[in-house]
Design a protein around this ligand. Sequence first.
Ligand SMILES: NC(=O)c1ccc[n+]([C@@H]2O[C@H](COP(=O)([O-])OP(=O)(O)OC[C@H]3O[C@@H](n4cnc5c(N)ncnc54)[C@H](OP(=O)(O)O)[C@@H]3O)[C@@H](O)[C@H]2O)c1
Length: 239
Amino acid sequence: MTGGTRGIGRAIVEQLLELGARVLVVARTQPDVDNAITELGVAGVAADVTIAADRARIVAAARAHGPLHVLVHNAGTNVRSPLVGYDDATIERLIAINLTSPLLLSRDLHPLLRDAKDASVVHVGSVAGLTALPTGVAYAAAKAGLAQAARTLALEWARDGIRVNTVAPWYTRTPLVEPILADPARLAAILARTPLARIAEPREVAAAVAFLAMPAASYITGQCLAVDGGMSIQGLAPT
Ligand SMILES: NC(=O)c1ccc[n+]([C@@H]2O[C@H](COP(=O)([O-])OP(=O)(O)OC[C@H]3O[C@@H](n4cnc5c(N)ncnc54)[C@H](OP(=O)(O)O)[C@@H]3O)[C@@H](O)[C@H]2O)c1
């Protein structure tokens, strides 16, 4: 479980624990990982998913726990800017965390997923990868790539009993988007675009991830489930 110490990731960890899973939490900040270990009773690795040596430590820690039944790629971030405002490093960092790292980690964990015989990989994407939003092209393109990667891997790994799906949230109340939600004008614009007229709570995104991880979703693979209060199906808002 990458990015499991706060926000959506923390809610996913809590739901997986409620369902009886043993969870390995990955995030960069050691004290936050230590808190998760103490407060939730999980295992933890302080590691940056964009660094190869850190990914090797994640794989080693996962291997110590045996077959891997559920892999959730949730670590992600965004820097909002028009394309011409990005420097090279920022574009590369956004693609690395949101797209390249999940692919590399999935590849390296494939033997453990295959050994589980009935495994589920869940990508936490974004509606920014499904439709055009003024959110920054690097993030949007990476999240679109992540949803497509789920489709391609679902096909590739079906024979190994590994399902691969994406959950695509819209605005969800987490530290990542706190500054945006604190701006009354931006919040009003988001709510006007959301048929359910509210921001998602992290547990509502986590519920979709947990469902796709469970045997209840055993015939679902290669899909992208938007958890967006109806944002992506709205054609013309009622006036
Ligand atoms: N919140 C939203 O409105 C929203 C909407 C659509 C999609 N999403 C997606 O949902 C996911 C979770 O978002 P969130 O809002 O919960 O974010 P968040 O509150 O910023 O939490 C991000 C989590 O990922 C970890 N993380 C960040 N970079 C990492 C790295 N390089 N290596 C390992 N762990 C890393 C963070 O811990 P450390 O900082 O300690 O590493 C933290 O545990 C992201 O993929 C995001 O793109 C969020």
